[in-house]
Design a protein around this ligand. Structure first.
Ligand code: FAD
Ligand code: SIN
Length: 528
C-alpha cells in the first residue's frame, strides 16, 4: 500500500468543494484541485443570492412547496426537506466566515426571485457569489490541513483498472490531472474523492456559465461507472444581456423580484400577462424563458426588454450596483431605459446520482453541487437553491467521510499516466472547430423547445464526432481543450439520450411531440 500525502481529494474549488474541505479539515488532510484559477467556477459569478427561510412570516413548508412547484413534481421530497431545513444553519456558517450579507437594521435583507412565495434570498448586493467564494477561499487558505492546487485539469478518475495489480474493483482512488504549468499528467491519489466540478453549461452556444463549465466531473464519473440522471433538465435563465460582444452577462432574477417588467421591445406590451397572468415575471424560470423564446420566435425579435426604470434611480443603483456599472460601460442606463435580454443556458439540473450523504454508486467517490442529481431540483431548479445545495451537500459528504473514516482502505500502488502519446498541433484547430459545432447544434436542436426529429439529428452528429474525438484522445498528448471537448461531447450525449427517453413535457423539457405531462413523474436515469 502507498502512503498518500492527502486523505481526501476534492475536485473543484467552488462552493461545494470548499465547504466540504472546511468540514473535512477538522480531522483530515485535504487536497483541493481547480481547473485554471481557484475562482474559475460558477460560484464566483453568482448574483442573486442564497435561499433560506429566515423571515418570521415564512415557513420551511412554503419553501418546500415552492421548490416542488418549480421542479414540476420531479423532486425527491426527502432531499428537498433535508436541504431546506439545513439552510438557516448554512447561512449562519457563512456569516461566521465573514460573508458580508446585506442587512436591514438588525436582520439580513431578503430579496425576492421568481417562483418564491416569500422574500427569502440573502445576498451581497448583486454579487453574492464573489463574496461567498472569497470568504470560503480565505478560510481554506488559512487552514493548514487544506492544500489548494490550481491549474490542474482532471482527466480521468483513478479506479481499480489503474491499480498496478489490476483488481477490477470500481473503487475510486483519486484522479489523474494534467498540470497545465508543467504539461505533465500526475496521479493525485486519496482514500476518498469528492467530485465538486460544477455544471456542463458550456455545451450550449449561449450560456451564463464560465468557460470551464464543460461537465468534466459528470463525464468522468459516468466513464468510471456511476449513474447519471435527469440530464435533459438543462435550465435556461430568462434574462441574459443581449449584446453582440458580451454573450454571457446575467441580469439577475432579483431585477424582476424588485419590480422589473418584461416588455415587447416595439409595442411595450407586458407580455407575461399572456403566459402566466397570476405570477407574471415572477413565474418559475422555465415558464418565463419559454415565454421570451416564444415572443422572439413569433415576432422575429432579437431580444425583449427588461425594464426597471420605473423604480427610483437610487433604489436601482443601491440594489444592483454591479449590473448598473457594467451596463453603463455599454452605454445603457438601467435607471432610465430598458435592458435588452435573451434567454441563455444557466444551470445543469441533472448529474451524478447521489444519496443524502453525497455518496455516488462508486465506493470512495462522493459528489456535491452542480455536478450532481440529488433530487432537490427536479425538472427545474428554483432560483437561489443552487448555492444552498452546494453548502448542504458539501458538508453532508464531508461528515459522512469523517463518520466512516476507519473503513476507508489505504490506496494500493497506482500506475503512472501513459505519456507515450504525441502532440499533433494540426489537430488543435479541429478540436476548436468540434467545440463550436457541438455548442451550435445543441443550441439549435436541444434548446428550450425540442422535437424528437431534432434530438435524433443531434444524436447522429454526436455519434460521428465521438469516433473522431476518441481517436484524438487515444493518440495525442492531452490538453485542457481536448479533455473539455471529450467531456462536452459526453455530456451532450447524456443530455440527448435523456431527452429522447422522456416522452412528456415537464419543467425544462418541452417537446412538441409530447406536449402533455405524464401523470407519474419518473427520473431518466442512465446506467453506464
Ligand atoms: P463551481 O463553482 O462551478 O466550481 C467548479 C470547480 O470545479 C471549479 O473550481 C473548477 O475549476 C473545478 N473543475 C471543473 N472541472 C475540473 C477538472 N476537469 N479538473 C479540476 N477541476 C475542475 N445559484 C444560486 O443559488 N444563486 C445565484 O444567485 C446564482 N447566480 C448565478 C449566476 C451565474 C452567472 C451563474 C453561471 C450561476 C449562478 N448560480 C446561482 C448557480 C451557482 O452559481 C452554481 O450552481 C454553483 O456555484 C456551483 O457551485 P459548484 O461548487 O458546484 O461548482
Ligand atoms: C440570478 O441571480 O438570477 C441567478 C440566481 C440563480 O441562478 O439561482
Amino acid at each position: 500500500m502507498t502512503d498518500t500525502p492527502y486523505d481526501v481529494l476534492i475536485i473543484g474549488s467552488g462552493a461545494a468543494g470548499l465547504t466540504a474541505a472546511l468540514t473535512l479539515a477538522t480531522k483530515l488532510k485535504v487536497l483541493v484541485l481547480a481547473k485554471g484559477k481557484l475562482t474559475s467556477g460558477s460560484t464566483a459569478w453568482a448574483q442573486g443570492g442564497i435561499a433560506a427561510v429566515l423571515d418570521a412570516g415564512d415557513t420551511f413548508e412554503d419553501h418546500i412547496r415552492d421548490t416542488m412547484v418549480a421542479g414540476a413534481g420531479l423532486n425527491d421530497r426527502e432531499t428537498v426537506e433535508f436541504v431546506i431545513s439545513h439552510a438557516p444553519e448554512a447561512i449562519d456558517r457563512l456569516c461566521e466566515l465573514g460573508v458580508p450579507f446585506n442587512r436591514e437594521s438588525d436582520h439580513l435583507h431578503l430579496t425576492r426571485e421568481g417562483g418564491h412565495s416569500h422574500r427569502r434570498i440573502v445576498h451581497v448586493d448583486d454579487a453574492t457569489g464573489w463574496a461567498v467564494q472569497a470568504a470560503l477561499l480565505k478560510a481554506a487558505e488559512e487552514n493548514c490541513n487544506i492544500t489548494l492546487l490550481p491549474n490542474q485539469t482532471c482527466v480521468e478518475l483513478i479506479t481499480g483498472r489503474h491499480e498496478e495489480r489490476y483488481s477490477g474493483s470500481g473503487r475510486v482512488w483519486g484522479a489523474y490531472a494534467l498540470d497545465t504549468v508543467s504539461g505533465t499528467v500526475v496521479a493525485h491519489t486519496a482514500r476518498a474523492t469528492i467530485m465538486a466540478s460544477g455544471g456542463a453549461g458550456r455545451v450550449y452556444q449561449f450560456s451564463t456559465a464560465p468557460r470551464g463549465a464543460t461537465g468534466d466531473g459528470i463525464a468522468m464519473a459516468w466513464r468510471a461507472g456511476a449513474r447519471v440522471s435527469n440530464m435533459e433538465m438543462m435550465q435556461f435563465h430568462p434574462t441574459c444581456l443581449y449584446n453582440l460582444e458580451i454573450k454571457n452577462f446575467l441580469i439577475t432574477e432579483a431585477v424582476r423580484g424588485e419590480g422589473g417588467h418584461l416588455l415587447h421591445p416595439e409595442t411595450g406590451h407586458r407580455f407575461m400577462v399572456d403566459y402566466d397572468p397570476e405570477r407574471m415575471e415572477l413565474a418559475p424560470r422555465d415558464v418565463v424563458a419559454r415565454a421570451i423564446d416564444d415572443q422572439i420566435k413569433r415576432y422575429g425579435l432579437d431580444y425583449v426588454h427588461l425594464d426597471i426604470s420605473h423604480q427610483p434611480p437610487e433604489f436601482v443603483m443601491e440594489h444592483f450596483p454591479t449590473i448598473y456599472d457594467k451596463l453603463e460601460t455599454l452605454g445603457i442606463d438601467m435607471t432610465k431605459e430598458p435592458i435588452p435580454v435573451v434567454p441563455a443556458q444557466h444551470y445543469t439540473c441533472g448529474g451524478i446520482v447521489i444519496d443524502l450523504a453525497g455518496r455516488t454508486d462508486l465506493p470512495g467517490l462522493y459528489a456535491a453541487g452542480e455536478c450532481t442529481e440529488s433530487g432537490l431540483h427536479g425538472a427545474n431548479r428554483l432560483a437561489s437553491n443552487s448555492l444552498l445545495e452546494c453548502f448542504v451537500f458539501g458538508d453532508a459528504a464531508a461528515r459522512d467521510i469523517l463518520a466512516r473514516w476507519d473503513n476507508f482502505e489505504a490506496v494500493p500502488p497506482i500506475r503512472a499516466w501513459d505519456e507515450s502519446r504525441v502532440t499533433d498541433s494540426d489537430e488543435e484547430v479541429v478540436i476548436k472547430q468540434n467545440w463550436t459545432e457541438i455548442r451550435r447544434f445543441m443550441w439549435n436542436y436541444v434548446g428550450i423547445v425540442r422535437t424528437t426529429k431534432r434530438l435524433e439529428r443531434a444524436a447522429h452528429r454526436i455519434k460521428l464526432l465521438h469516433t473522431e474525438v476518441e481517436d484524438y484522445y487515444g493518440h495525442f498528448t492531452v490538453t485542457t481543450d481536448l479533455v473539455e471537448l471529450r467531456n462536452l461531447l459526453q455530456c451532450a450525449d447524456l443530455i440527448v439520450q435523456s431527452a429522447l427517453k422522456r416522452h412528456e413535457s415537464r419543467g425544462l423539457h418541452s417537446i412538441l411531440d409530447y406536449p402533455e405531462t405524464a401523470p407519474l413523474p419518473v427520473d431518466t436515469v442512465l446506467v453506464p
